[in-house]
Design a protein around this ligand. Structure first.
Ligand code: PMP
Length: 290
């Protein structure tokens, strides 16, 4: 079946879903997005994703004439139209179509796109063996530039980081912030374990406040695992007993190799395993929260 994609009020076949070449999302990366996941037809952390979408929109003065409830309905309609249960969903909102120029007033109407596809999960081996990450030279953008708390379509910085990581065969790029503190991955938040305490960069480091990050911190607290948010140098990460990254699609993904350095002689650590298990166990509860 040709997937159906929502574009500004209508569903189109994938082969017919198009936007204008004058869309400022294309011309300038002027837009925002969210990626979400559904489990058996129910979207996880929907209200948090919508809050973050609207807060990203507000940060770039992009006015979306829809309530969070209406956007939520569009996301569910997309799942229904495509008969999806376990899905990966992406919503993109661009500044819209307008003449060339940077003035947002050139674009009277945002473009809203929702696409979804079946999500089959990542290979089990990755959770059993951990992934290879690379601490890259590309730094996370400064908060004074495109603030990393905005989930912006202007993603080139993260793409450059990922390209650098992929050159060494790594699956995720770990970035420092401009001051040199450990910050986040190109598509994930980072955590590590030292002396039985889970450490993760403070939001003040200039990172995307991941929804999975927040849920993992809560899960750790409820499991009696201490979490410290702070400003940490890269040496801490390289000396860690366990390392993992989080995002909507990974949930909790172990990292067992950072460049040439084996984390814990290449094995997935016990706190990482516990948090992945506990997070997955809590999904029905998270889904009930809405
Ligand atoms: N940081 C960045 C840069 C990301 O792109 C993502 C993925 N959205 C995350 C962190 C993790 O966020 P979440 O847990 O909300 O998926």
């Amino acid at each position: 079946m040709d997937p159906l994609i929502y574009v500004n009020g209508k569903f189109y076949k994938k082969s017919e879903a198009v936007v204008s070449v004058f869309d400022h999302g294309l011309l300038y990366g002027d837009g925002i997005f969210e990626t979400l996941r559904s489990y058996r037809g129910q979207i996880l952390f929907l209200s948090r994703h919508l809050d973050r979408l609207l807060s990203s929109a507000a940060s770039i003065s992009l006015k979306i004439d829809l309530t969070p409830e209406q956007i939520g309905q569009i996301l569910y309609q997309t799942l229904e139209q495509n008969r999806l249960q376990d899905a990966y969903i992406r919503i993109s909102v661009t500044r819209g179509k307008g003449e060339i120029g940077l003035d947002p007033a050139l674009c009277p109407k945002p473009t809203l796109i929702v696409m979804a596809k079946t999500f089959r999960g990542h290979p089990k081996e990755l959770y059993q063996n951990g992934i290879h990450a690379s601490l890259v030279k590309v730094r996370r953008n400064a908060s004074q530039s495109i603030d990393p708390s905005i989930k912006s379509m202007n993603f080139l910085n993260n793409i450059l980081a990922m390209q650098e990581a992929m050159k060494s065969g790594a699956r995720e790029a770990l970035m420092l912030n401009p001051e040199g503190w450990v910050c986040e991955g190109s598509v994930s938040n980072i955590f590590w374990v030292q002396d039985e305490v889970v450490k993760t960069p403070d939001i003040g480091c200039g990172l995307l406040a991941g929804i999975t990050r927040e849920a993992v911190i809560k899960t750790a607290n409820l499991s009696g695992v201490l979490v410290e948010e702070g400003y940490f140098p890269p040496e801490d990460l390289l000396m860690a007993k366990e390392v993992f990254v989080t995002n909507t699609s990974y949930e909790v993904m172990p990292v067992t190799l950072i460049d040439q350095n084996r984390v814990m002689s290449g094995k997935v650590g016990k706190i990482t395993r516990l948090l992945l298990l506990e997070y997955r166990k809590k999904i029905p509860e998270f889904l009930a929260e809405g």
